[in-house]
Design a protein around this ligand. Structure first.
Ligand code: SAH
Ligand code: MG
Length: 193
């Protein structure tokens, strides 16, 4: 099992893993920030967490939360196969319930799960961060729906909550934010104080 196998398996199962350009940008951020502790919301099968770990030469500890039991188990299997179980801890469950039970400080938080929950995830991410922490959020432009006035019913809740997320990160004076049009939209927020 290699990272390429993990990627291909996820693609075959239509699991929305990190897109290549988003991974490239994230890689640069990781190499610059050199986080020692990362929190990920949305493990899927571990593709992003394994990439983060290898980019940082395993010089990092990652807590990652996954709601779907099958995916979480596959992630654990992939992480074991890559011999990364000392560095990546998969927490099974709903991040909305798990985040309030965490009480640690993370250098980087990567949000990549249910779009309708992004405002809740942000509140918790801010609580679990410190001065200089980076909060990344994937899929914030949601295929352009976020910028369009026409949204199907199916997308409406996600769009409303993503707009709320963007409003909060751009208006909160304690966050310095950039939104990049890579992949499905990546928001990069730095905690100032
Ligand atoms: N970060 C992964 C992709 C994550 S896809 C990668 O790039 O490899 C989004 C994942 O978030 C899905 O597996 C989905 O099951 C999970 N998810 C959705 N809502 C969640 C929630 N409330 N808590 C935890 N995980 C959630
Ligand atoms: Mg994503």
């Amino acid at each position: 099992m290699s990272i390429d196998n993990i990627k291909q398996n996820a693609i075959n199962k239509r699991i929305p893993i990190l897109m290549e350009d988003t991974l490239e940008v994230t890689k640069n951020i990781l190499l610059q920030v050199k986080p020692k502790k990362i929190l990920e919301i949305g493990t899927a099968t571990g593709y992003s967490a394994i990439n983060f770990s290898s980019i940082l030469n395993n010089n990092v500890y990652i807590d990652t939360i996954e709601l779907d039991e099958t995916r979480a188990n596959e992630a654990i299997e992939n992480i074991n196969n890559m011999k990364l179980e000392k560095y990546i801890n998969v927490i099974k469950g709903n991040a909305v319930e798990i985040l309030p039970t965490l009480d640690e400080s993370y250098d980087l938080i990567f949000i990549d799960a249910a779009k309708g929950k992004y405002p809740i995830f942000l509140k918790e991410a801010i609580r679990l961060s410190h001065k200089g922490s980076i909060i990344l959020a994937d899929n914030v432009l949601y295929k352009g729906y976020v910028m369009s006035n026409y949204n199907k019913h199916k997308q409406r809740t996600a769009v409303t909550h993503l707009r709320e997320y963007i409003k909060e990160i751009t208006e909160n004076p304690n966050l310095e934010t950039k939104i990049l049009e890579v992949g499905d939209g990546l928001a990069i927020s730095k905690v100032l104080n």
